[in-house]
Design a protein around this ligand. Structure first.
Ligand code: SF4
Ligand code: SF4
Ligand code: FES
Length: 248
């Protein structure tokens, strides 16, 4: 059975905007993205929203629903009561382009700053061998769909634009951790993680982990192990000496 729901959708651009009220039909089994599409089809044809897969896999439809960072295509209408007013706003951490679409290029800039996978120079294609345990460890991080909800949520940058220059954010600190744990990678990003990518600004609140639609344990499995590596490098004299003598 369908019902009429009350929606408040932010509309505007970089110069400003406001919440617009809509009453819109909801059918059984629908998600918030269906309702946004119905608004486009019936009441607001120029309402901007980014999406691609409608299956929780492309990471395009990130926004905030009732103030909580969510994928619009994975947020079921059945999680709200029929009389609840549902507010949909763009991700707060990134500049708005139009309506629900934000400019997420900050994330691509951070991605480019990280040294890519660096195998030993003498290793030839076909000679790459890894233990299953190492494959499994990085596989969790490879589930990332680059929705940037974790980046949007992290308080280090959410209300502090000034920190963006010196903070890569959880998604890219996790990328550094993935490469550092890779047995065939000879790069050394530990000190850079701390000094240039802002690992020290993370105070392991786990808010990034809570919003990850892929349920990646960003804080426990990537950020905390990276912090431990930094502490080992800085404060354990034997590890320090070992690193100097036998640097990978
Ligand atoms: S755990 Fe660290 S990276 Fe994640 S939200 Fe908290 S401060 Fe940000
Ligand atoms: S780690 Fe999770 S929340 Fe962050 S970008 Fe990847 S999928 Fe999205
Ligand atoms: S449309 Fe692809 S994740 Fe939502």
């Amino acid at each position: 059975m369908g019902y009429d729901a009350k929606f408040r959708v932010w509309r505007g651009d970089l110069d400003g905007g406001e919440l617009h009220d809509f009453t819109v039909l909801v059918n059984e089994g629908e998600v918030v993205l269906d309702i946004i599409h119905r608004l486009q089809a019936t009441q607001a044809p120029d309402l901007a929203v980014r999406w691609n897969c409608k299956a929780g896999k492309c990471g395009s439809c990130s926004a905030e629903v009732n103030g909580r960072p969510r994928l619009l295509c994975m947020t079921r209408m059945s999680t709200f009561t029929e009389d609840e007013v549902i507010t949909v706003t763009p991700m707060r951490t990134f500049p708005v382009i139009k309506d629900l679409v934000t400019d997420v290029s900050f994330n691509y800039e951070k991605a480019r700053e990280i040294q890519s996978f660096t195998p030993p120079a003498d290793l030839k294609p076909g000679e790459y061998r890894m233990k299953q345990v190492d494959v499994e460890r990085s596989q969790e991080f490879r589930k990332c769909i680059e929705c940037f909800l974790c980046q949007n949520t992290c308080h280090v940058v959410r209300d502090h634009d000034e920190n963006k220059k010196s903070f890569a954010g959880p998604r890219y600190l996790m990328r550094i951790a993935e490469l550092e744990m890779h047995p065939l990678d000879v790069g050394d990003r530990t000190e850079l993680a701390q000094d240039e990518h802002g690992l020290g600004l993370c105070n392991i609140t786990k808010c990034c982990t809570e919003v990850c639609p892929e349920h990646i344990k960003i804080t426990d499995n990537a950020l905390i192990p990276m912090k431990e590596r930094v502490a080992d490098r800085k404060y354990d004299p034997l590890v320090w000496l070992g690193n100097k003598l036998f640097r990978r």
